[in-house]
Design a protein around this ligand. Structure first.
Ligand code: LMR
Length: 401
């Protein structure tokens, strides 16, 4: 008779987390980790933002209890994060059509969204962009939802397959949930432009599919307000939407697991009903969300001076990434590789595909200790003045065969 756990076989690590582990073991002092999507500063560190450090000090000084928070989490955080996502004064907020519930990170929000969709209609198909963050597909599959992809990224031009995407979305309707990346698409760095977002939101309203908007990089593309354009358009045009927000990147609080799910329903009473379903789902999953990170962000976003400071810090991270994109294009284009990398400057956020084959990715890893996932998605924020030339030299060597 075999025991229960004997039935389990080891599974390979998640591709992104596997790169992190392989990099940690590498002893080459020149090694570069271009894998996991965490922002890094010029010294290669993932910084703690001064605004967050100050808010955290105040939070520690003020906290009087570590008793449970209750299912919605830190309510001040929830309202502040919905103001960021929808823009303060948004009709959906003022009419009470939005309910926001704190979750353990944006990933937690996605899983709650998946469970909620499954509860509302178990036959829903979730449509994700091709490509998307691999964990998206894993999360929806774990929740038992059917999945499909819609065309999104053109590998030959490194740009959006807008018409192909619209052709597929025109066929969707009630019973379909369409996952969009609000900004800084992960993994390709390509977003619809404002006019295209408007047309997509019009189509959602006309066809009646459910927009599910994942917002993990607000402030990293064009600006904090600019980056919530998709959420504002869908909220204005569609009766129902779901937004999953992550504070990991824009507040640099990755390990504190700070996120939220916002549900927009057709009216305030229905939004209240849906919130009770969310609470029932989270109770069965992790019972109640963690307090630390959201309590810090609550303090930060309710203090004008700290909020100003944070906005400047986000602008600084965005500016550094854009500067690295420009410098990468300049450095590679002077090396006659026969390949055009100018697309790096037309894309935004931390990620872009370098357009390398798996063999080229392996050579970078094995000969130069430069780590990327097999898709050749790179985290641009991992570059700095100390490693960019080594990277470009290594890349050119690999490209020249
Ligand atoms: C990434 O895509 O690298 C990030 O979103 C981190 C993660 O959890 O995969």
């Amino acid at each position: 008779m075999s025991t229960m756990l004997e039935q389990l076989k080891a599974v390979p690590p998640d591709p992104i987390l596997g790169i992190l582990a392989a990099f940690a073991k590498d002893t080459n002092p020149l090694k570069i980790d271009l894998g996991i999507g965490v922002y890094r500063d010029e010294t290669g560190q993932t910084p703690m933002l001064p605004s967050v450090i100050e808010a955290e000090k105040r939070m520690i000084a003020r906290q009087t209890s570590k008793s449970y928070l209750g299912p919605p989490g830190v309510t001040g955080f929830n309202s502040a994060v919905s103001d960021l996502a929808f823009g303060p004064g948004n009709e959906a907020l003022t009419s009470g059509r939005v309910r926001t519930v704190q979750t353990p990170g944006g990933t937690g929000a996605l899983r709650v969204a998946a469970d909620l969709i499954k509860s509302a209609n178990p036959d829903t198909t979730v449509w994700a962009s091709d490509p998307t963050w691999p964990n998206h597909l894993a999360i929806f599959s774990a929740a038992g939802l059917a999945q499909q992809t819609y065309p999104y990224f053109d590998k030959t031009t490194s740009s959006l397959r807008y018409e192909d995407m619209m052709d597929v979305l025109r066929q969707r309707g009630p019973g379909d949930a369409i996952l969009f990346h609000a900004c800084c698409h992960n993994p390709c760095g390509v977003s619809p432009d404002p006019a295209q977002w408007e047309a997509i939101a019009d189509l959602a309203a006309k066809r009646g599919f459910l927009p599910l908007i994942d917002m993990a990089y607000q402030g990293f593309e064009r600006g904090i307000e600019e980056d919530n354009l998709a959420v504002r358009l869908f909220a204005a045009k569609c009766p129902e939407i779901i937004v999953t927000s992550s504070c990991s990147k824009n507040f640099s609080v990755y390990r504190d697991r700070v996120g939220a799910i916002s549900i927009v329903a057709s009216n305030a009473a229905k939004a209240g009903d849906v919130e009770t379903v969310v609470h029932a789902l989270t109770r069965k999953n992790y019972s109640m969300p963690p307090a630390h990170g959201p309590a810090v962000i609550d303090i930060l976003l309710h203090d004008e001076a700290l909020t100003r400071m944070w906005r400047d810090e986000v602008a600084g991270m965005r500016g550094r990434i854009n500067g690295l994109r420009a410098s990468m294009v300049e450095k590679i284009s002077s090396r006659n590789t026969g390949r055009d990398f100018s697309f790096l400057q037309r894309q935004s956020g931390m990620f872009s595909f370098l357009g390398l084959s798996v063999a080229e990715v392996r050579r970078l890893r094995e000969e130069f200790s430069i780590y990327t996932v097999d898709s050749a998605r790179v985290n641009i924020a991992s570059f700095n003045q100390g490693n960019i030339d080594y990277f470009v030299d290594s890349l050119v060597t690999v490209l020249k065969g």
